[in-house]
Design a binder for this molecule. Structure first.
Ligand code: DQA
Length: 146
């Protein structure tokens, strides 16, 4: 099965940005960890990152044409206000899991709202890099991978 991981804005700065919140793991280390785990799970994983809302939307629409089986998305701060990203997720009819490294619900008030989660299967937040692994496990279950 084909799963696409989409990282939104500033996630390419992992290991540099707010280490107290997001940890020491670099963006490349995170992606290596995801690729390795996916391989062990028999999942073919593709990873995409952009800081631009429109590019994230274009990639979601491309996933529709590519017939991707499932999506794991960390929309970064777009989570909290991008109706355009929400509409894109709702448009493509691909099971999508929203993930966050931090527990957005115990942070600033503006992070408590996700406009994207209601069009996803569910949301996983607060487990650092492992949030993405939990997302993969949730999708495997949904897609009946082994
Ligand atoms: C984040 C949480 C968002 O509020 C923030 O804007 C991010 C990262 C997370 O993974 O914890 O960029 O999505």
């Amino acid at each position: 099965k084909k799963i696409l991981v989409i990282h939104g804005p500033n996630l390419n700065f992992l290991g540099i940005r707010e280490k107290g919140v997001y940890g020491e793991m670099s963006f490349n280390e995170l992606n290596d960890y995801l690729l390795k785990t996916a391989e062990e799970m028999g999942i073919s994983l593709e990873i995409f990152q952009s800081n631009c809302e429109g590019d994230l939307i274009d990639r979601l629409q491309q996933a529709y044409y590519d017939e991707v089986d499932g999506i794991i998305i960390n929309p970064g701060a777009y989570t909290h206000y991008s109706y355009a990203l929400r509409d894109a997720i709702a448009s493509i009819n691909i099971p999508t899991v929203e993930v966050h490294l931090s527990n957005i619900h115990k942070r600033e008030e503006f992070r408590h709202t996700s406009v994207t989660a209601p069009v996803c299967i569910g949301q996983i937040a607060g487990f650092g890099a492992y949030s993405y692994i939990l997302g993969m496990q949730a999708l495997s279950k949904k897609l009946n991978i082994k």
